[in-house]
Design a protein around this ligand. Structure first.
Ligand SMILES: [Zn+2]
Length: 467
């Protein structure tokens, strides 16, 4: 052995003078201030947000197909042992994204644009590589605002309102930056360096899993070259902005492939054409609650709202509220809170408590949104609330009209953690909508009722639905 080492030592300088042997490009896992646990928790929270905003396609055949490919890739060393899972979302624009820690979402539009299973595997491998190389986590770690962006981390107990000087507090900050998980999100827009690393790591992952690695760059370049042609898939501009051109993907992946051990690439489920067929039969997406409670893009405030009130024109409804109150989602994907200062409290990581003011959301009945029925779903909803709140007492529901629709008003009494006056009166208004049971909760301490009742009246009277 010693003799052999010596021989190498003597030979080495000679090689150095000869042509330098080509070296495989190194791809590194990024350093980040987030722990692996934090990373996974952020991913989980964002996954919850995604699933309130986008319709997950429940189709066992497609789900199992996607997971078969994904899990095959997930077992490779290049996947860095994250607990990946894969879901299909009903969106016809071309896209796919993976969240820190492993949740991954594939748009129906991607499967429609792909021409082979290998191309789909290539996109999975690329997106999974962003997770494996901790690109999202590294970008979040750099964000100064991540404490507020992801209410989850570093959010101490405290009221979620504007501060005494009227500055934008947590609620409105999150409304501004935290909602929407578009291509501009820190989790989806990566530098060209990260893109190239994801390509290389993804190609190696594909090869390890038995897929032809060249399919990855080929699909990306195919999409790029379809720009402006009749075959350009929907949403390509957004795709290109979240996957910026990196020069020749095919070139640098081909250079990388020369270092891979010889093997034949035979992985494949053989079911791709069946999946394409199924894609064609998926009905158009239903707008999800998470989207419906968000403010409508470029919406105009209505002119007929009461003096001293502001308008909140959301995708699924409009409601006016007292100008001094704040509207917003305390956490990405959470319910909409419209509260006066001190009206909501974040008691721990698990949720936000409404002390005074309004909360709006949709309740999806256990049997699914399509099964929603006013009386039955309202009862189911209240029963669910009562399970988590032993102090809750609901009176008999009364038929009313909200936004021109049949509605129920239910008066509830309960207790909050507000120490000075724990008793709370809650008015619950419910209306059936396509996405489920729309509800408006208005809560107050009994001593404030006389001032609160006129506000309840004004707010309820201001509700409008788009259809
Ligand atoms: Zn990428």
């Amino acid at each position: 052995m010693i003799r052999k080492l010596l021989a190498i030592a003597i030979a080495a300088p000679l090689i150095a003078y000869a042509q330098k042997p080509p070296q495989q490009v190194e791809v590194n896992v990024q350093k980040t201030s987030l722990s692996r646990d934090q990373e996974m928790q952020i991913g989980k929270q964002f996954a919850a947000q995604v699933e309130r905003e986008m319709e997950v396609v429940r189709n066992p055949e497609v789900e199992s197909w996607l997971n078969q490919i994904g899990q095959r890739l997930a077992k490779t060393p290049e996947a860095n042992a994250y607990p990946y899972y894969f879901k299909l979302v009903n969106d016809d624009s071309i896209n796919a994204f993976a969240l820190p820690g492993g949740p991954m979402y594939v748009h129906t539009g991607l499967l429609k644009a792909a021409d082979s299973e290998g191309e789909v595997a290539g996109v999975l491998a690329h997106e999974m590589s962003h997770v494996a190389l901790r690109h999202g986590a590294a970008q979040i770690g750099k964000q100064q605002t991540y404490g507020t962006l992801f209410g989850l981390i570093g959010l101490a107990a405290g009221a979620l309102t504007t501060d005494k000087n009227g500055n934008c507090g947590l609620v409105c900050q999150i409304t501004q930056v935290g909602t929407g998980l578009g291509a501009n999100s820190v989790l989806m827009k990566f530098s060209r360096g990260y893109e190239r690393d994801a390509d290389l790591n993804g190609a190696r992952m594909m090869a390890s899993a038995g897929y032809d690695p060249i399919q990855l760059p080929k699909f990306f370049e195919k999409l790029e070259s379809s720009q402006g042609t009749t075959s350009e898939p929907r949403g390509l501009a957004l795709w290109m902005s979240s996957h910026p051109g990196t020069g020749s993907r095919i070139q640098y992946v081909s250079d990388d492939i020369r270092f891979y051990p010889q093997r034949s690439y035979i992985a494949g489920t053989g079911n791709f054409s069946r999946i394409k067929q199924l894609m064609a039969s998926i009905p158009p997406p239903k707008v999800q609650p998470g989207k419906l409670i968000q403010p409508k893009d470029n919406a105009q405030a209505r002119s007929n709202i009461p003096a001293g009130y502001k308008d909140y024109p959301a995708n699924g409804f409009s409601i006016a509220y007292p100008s001094a109150w704040q509207a917003g989602q305390p956490q990405p994907g959470s319910s909409l809170y419209i509260v006066p200062q001190g009206g909501a409290l974040s008691n721990d990581n698990s949720g936000v408590e409404l002390l005074a003011g309004a909360m709006i959301d949709y309740y999806v009945p256990q049997a699914g949104a399509a099964s929603v029925k006013l009386a039955a779903s309202t009862q189911e909803f209240i029963a669910g609330l009562a399970k988590g709140d032993p102090n809750l007492k609901a009176e008999r529901s009364v038929a009313v009209t909200v936004g021109g629709k049949q509605a129920l008003r239910t008066r509830i009494t309960t207790k909050t953690s507000y120490t000075q006056e724990p008793a709370q009166v809650v008015y619950l208004f419910t209306v059936t909508r396509d996405a489920g049971l729309w509800y408006l909760v208005l809560g107050i301490q009994p001593s404030q009722l006389s001032a609160f009742d006129p506000i309840v009246k004004q707010m309820v009277a201001s509700v409008q639905f788009p259809n």
